[in-house]
Design a protein around this ligand. Sequence first.
Ligand code: FMN
Ligand code: MN
Length: 476
Amino acid sequence: MAQDMRSWIDQLEKAGLLARITKPVDPRTQMGALLWQARDRGLLFENLPGYPGWRCLGQAPGDVALAPVAFGVERDQMIPEFVRRTETLGKTRLVETGPVQQKVLLGDDVDITKMPIHQAGIRDGGPFIGSGLMVTKNPETGRRNLSFHRLQMKGPNKTGILLYPRHAWANYQMYEAQDKPMPVAIMIGHHPMYYFAAATTMQYGVDEFEVASALLKEDVELVKCRTVDLEVPAWAEIVLEGEIPPKIREDEGPFSEFQDYYLTGSGQNPIVNIKAITMRNDAIFKNVQNGTEVEGCVYHKVPMSAQILRRARSVGGLADVRNVLVMPGIFGVVVQMKPRYYGEAKNVLMSVLSSEYQHPKIAIAVDVDVDIFNYAEVLWSINTRVNPSEDIVTIPGAKIHAMDPSCPEFGHPGAPGWHRIGGKMIIDATKPPDCDPQKRKEFERLKPVGWETVNLEDFLPAGSPPLRIKPKIPMD
Ligand SMILES: Cc1cc2nc3c(=O)[nH]c(=O)nc-3n(C[C@H](O)[C@H](O)[C@H](O)COP(=O)(O)O)c2cc1C
Ligand SMILES: [Mn+2]
């Protein structure tokens, strides 16, 4: 049996990271606040009055610190492990049938208003499906693409959609040029590796199901859709089949977005007409709360960090880059590295600002003795290792992410040419390089006498509460 959302729920529950909510919850007025507050555990809602038979999962994982559970590794190893697993892409396999097609709803039975779709933020333009992973194809090559898209509920068989200019938008532009609708299949609810894969930007033409397969270390089983010429994972919970008609734009948004603001991306955007719903008999819905420090951005931060780590390591042939973490708001990135030469950290940081990803605007390099998961450490490093006149460089007039509200916008969502222009910045907060051991030694962090052998916990009175803060001894 494939790894799916149910095996993930079991895994979370065994790790003590899942709470079943049996009190009644209203998706429109209560679920957003509950998901937003659940930072250290997933929530499985089992009692949704008005939505008979439905349950739904959210905040699973709701923080980068919980994501390593899905990889079976420690926190510091998660991003390097992601890179290792995706060095070679995995495989997909077509199968005859799967649980996702146990129920097939057509015609008047198609009604997404009966699903427990939640409203995430107070200024959102209503309920949005935040967990929709959309399959599309290039009409010429037939290559598949999988990507995340916010879907505003607009009626029983209609949603709005935001298509940021990347691969799915490129496919849509080809259909639009021929005045044809683009067939789409949107899956809701699966193992988190599908979400990480969908938010991975690789070269155009890579099938992100092969990324999911590499992350899961198993083949991805696909079934043919019932009403469109597309394939979807056999073990998903729910699939919406339909099409995006050409040249139709309607008001869409606002929505709680990844920067923790509402307004970017809103305006005249395309729509999705839903022709069929396929799902399991007892399908579990998936609600993603969006914002910088909740589930939505876990799916941004993990794959983006991994792709940037892969790229940074290749700078100059072989840079000693150990780890990468995308910062809150996701326009900034911290790189942990041991510079070999003077200037090398700056070269690495320039690669971070112009990767497959459009988000990074601020790139910071810290040395290997800094814990990048602790922002106080990163700030300490900037404060004690940066000479602002040498180590901070800004690049004016670069193309930045079109949803970065701090810089001027050109064009608008839903139309070609939408972008923003602004500065980018690199901060080299590393120590002097390995090739200058004497200078490097001057920045050796202090360690307490006895650190290798003495543990405070062994000296505390019996029955003392465990230490809530455990300082890490820095790596050399
Ligand atoms: C929670 C979440 C929500 C997202 N919402 C959207 C969206 O509404 N529209 C969009 O175009 N991209 C959205 N993205 C980003 C893309 O799905 C992501 O960058 C993906 O890599 C794009 O795939 P592609 O490069 O194959 O087009 C979202 C990503 C995440 C993690
Ligand atoms: Mn793609």
